[in-house]
Design a protein around this ligand. Structure first.
Ligand code: PEP
Length: 251
């Protein structure tokens, strides 16, 4: 199996003002620098207004920066949107696309998510493409059907292991404290790997993250699960100690 370096990604969502964001990012960058060789990449995705100051503060450190979303276009009359080119200008290497909160709150379809990922690729950004079923869909026995459809529809042509990460985030586990069982995670990640193998020539090298109430006390088990190549972390990424503990749970 291809060696996949783990990615620990923090999605700050709509949290934190400049001072807190700078402190959190600088703290993590300092820990990473002090730790030397670690078996994971670490990424923070602050709200858009904090990208430039945080990008400046962590420049030259191993801590990577990402946007929580991006527009499917690079510029123009799109009020309120932020383009991949703007993310790159701020120092981003990654853009999350298709987070369930974007799909739910902003009606983003798979086609929109794929267009956003394609635009991110155009600027050389790695797109973190989020997929995941609702509780009702899981209860109805449709979790794999839903996730399979999202993977098929949300990955743009030209997706490779170098420019794309998939994040499996069951909607019912996000911010709820409910975590999918290691067996459910193992099954779904194996399913996603198979779906990728049907589409991408380098599918075995694509990183598949798990997200949904990842905390220091469940990270070791989740991160040791087959085909779990890292974590997309919301709440616990807002505390340097917790986020660092999740990172150092990587073996
Ligand atoms: C997320 O926002 O992607 C997420 C997984 O949130 P939390 O870790 O808080 O469940």
């Amino acid at each position: 199996m291809a060696a996949r370096r783990k990615l620990i990604a923090g999605n700050w969502k709509m949290n934190g003002l400049k001072a807190e964001g700078l402190q959190l990012a600088s703290d993590l960058a300092g820990r990473l620098q002090g730790a030397g060789a670690v078996p994971f990449d670490m990424l923070v995705c602050p709200p858009f207004p904090l990208l430039f100051p945080v990008g400046e503060a962590i420049k030259g450190s191993p801590l990577a920066l990402g946007g929580q979303d991006c527009a499917p276009k690079q510029k123009g009359a799109h009020t309120g949107d932020t383009s991949p080119a703007m993310l790159k200008d701020a120092g981003c290497a990654y853009a999350i696309v298709g987070h369930s909160e974007r799909r739910q709150d902003h009606g983003e379809t798979d086609a929109i998510v794929a267009a956003k990922a394609a635009a991110a690729h155009e600027e050389g950004l790695v797109a973190i493409v989020c997929v995941g079923e609702t509780w009702a869909e899981r209860e109805a026995g449709k979790a794999q059907e839903v996730v399979g459809r999202q993977v098929a529809g949300s990955l743009p042509a030209g997706a490779t292991a170098a420019n794309t990460v998939v994040a499996y985030e069951p909607v019912w586990a996000i911010g709820t404290g409910k975590v999918a069982t290691p067996q459910d995670v193992k099954d779904m990640h194996a399913f996603i790997r198979k779906e990728l193998q049907a589409r991408l020539s380098d599918a075995d090298s694509v990183r598949i993250l798990y997200g949904g109430s990842v905390k220091p006390d469940n990270a070791v088990e989740l991160l040791a699960t087959d085909n779990v190549d890292g974590a997309l972390v919301g709440g616990a990424s807002l505390k340097a100690d917790d986020f660092w503990a999740i990172g150092t749970s990587c073996r």
